[in-house]
Design a protein around this ligand. Sequence first.
Ligand code: SAH
Ligand code: SF4
Ligand code: F3S
Length: 454
Amino acid sequence: MTKKLFIKTYGCQMNVYDSERMAGALAPHGYAATDRIEDADLVVLNTCHIREKAAEKVYSELGRVRLLRDQRRASGDDLTIAVAGCVAQAEGEAMLERAPFIDVVVGPQAYHRLPEMLARRGRTARGVVDTDFPLESKFDELPAALTPVGPSAFLTVQEGCDKFCTFCVVPYTRGAEASRPAAAILAEARQLLAQGVCEITLLGQNVNAYRGEGPDGRSWSLGRLIRALAELDGLARIRYTTSHPRDMEDELITAHRDVPQLMPFLHLPVQSGSDALLQAMNRKHGADDYLRLVDRLRAAKPDLALSSDFIVGFPGETDEDFQATLRLVEQVHYAQAFSFKYSPRPGTPASLMKKQVREAIKAERLAALQELLEAQRRSFDQQSIGTVMEVLIERDGRDVGHKAARSPWLQIVHLAGENLRVGDLCRVEITGANPRSLSARLLPSPTVQRGRAA
Ligand code: SAH
Ligand code: SF4
Ligand code: F3S
């Protein structure tokens, strides 16, 4: 008999990738994925611990899942509840104290043990917890993910972080930096291509710190890996995220110059424009280092667009520090960006710093920063009007015959095209900019179907 699995994913793209791998690991044990929680026999919440709000969301969702289980039990059925991801890793046993109805708590490095944990739960009175960092790599143990749903897929190449920014939980929840061997990554990429994927986003918490064993026995950098991936037949687009400015090596910058499949878009978080704050954050770079790096990247790839993460209201942030952030944004001109109010996280050095910034000031600064970033995003979209570009069809649009596609710079592009299929690459001219997307007209040049010439 088939059991139904519902996974709810919070947080970053690595959690999205991990959720697919968990579904792949549970499939041989009789679990089929469903997107209706009401039908589920097993609910997995794949959680995020990055800010307080993200972590607290999990407990409100758990409350709802528990009610669902009560209903199930009242009708003679049952429901198993598992918590995975970074909250599971950070809180471990403490989750069972706060929510004793949880069946399984599993940290990100132990997902290959999930089927065995579920079996063990059947024999124990209490929930089962595994937040080990096992010696064996989950990547070697986990079966492949289920067939990807679209033309674009994630592929984790590196996990963990050794940077220890003073505000951040990731080094504690994901552990030390570890890179997968290049051969395993190339094999997974080939499998994705065989399943119809033509765009791959390489993932890592600090992806450009990638140092994996190459098939030649040497240590490969991310730039080297990208060059090898670019040789695979049918891989039309390569992206990677998230990078640290300190790990942006020459070999990666020249890959942007030389590899046409590497998309001209880079998420390169800077967090702040103030040197004093960057130091207090332990970012290991100053504002000028970042600006010079951006110059070098743009010299190598003139149409490169940038995105970033920002934190406002980090402990000790003065008005002057914040003005420095606005100045940096003015200098870089971002195509898009994420910005957050600083959220003190348990166990991180910054949470213990004096001079925490008042909530009202955080809110004020966030609004000012977001206004500037939003204006830059709109101006970037405006500049696209009239240009010709190749877009990747991702899904059907709202109107009949319309499609939603993705530009090389990650913009959503709407166009009419009866005969286009999901996965096609086609040339368009951008005709307009809407609040959250672009409009385009299909050009009569040959469409490349599913990553291969038609
Ligand atoms: N390098 C990581 C960063 C993860 S966190 C990656 O792979 O994505 C994403 C962003 O969340 C960070 O860049 C930072 O801007 C923000 N962030 C992290 N800790 C935070 C905190 N305590 N409060 C507010 N924002 C935070
Ligand atoms: Fe967190 Fe800093 Fe590592 Fe990014 S580089 S994951 S912000 S510690
Ligand atoms: Fe969140 Fe963990 Fe990703 S804390 S951002 S899910 S690495």
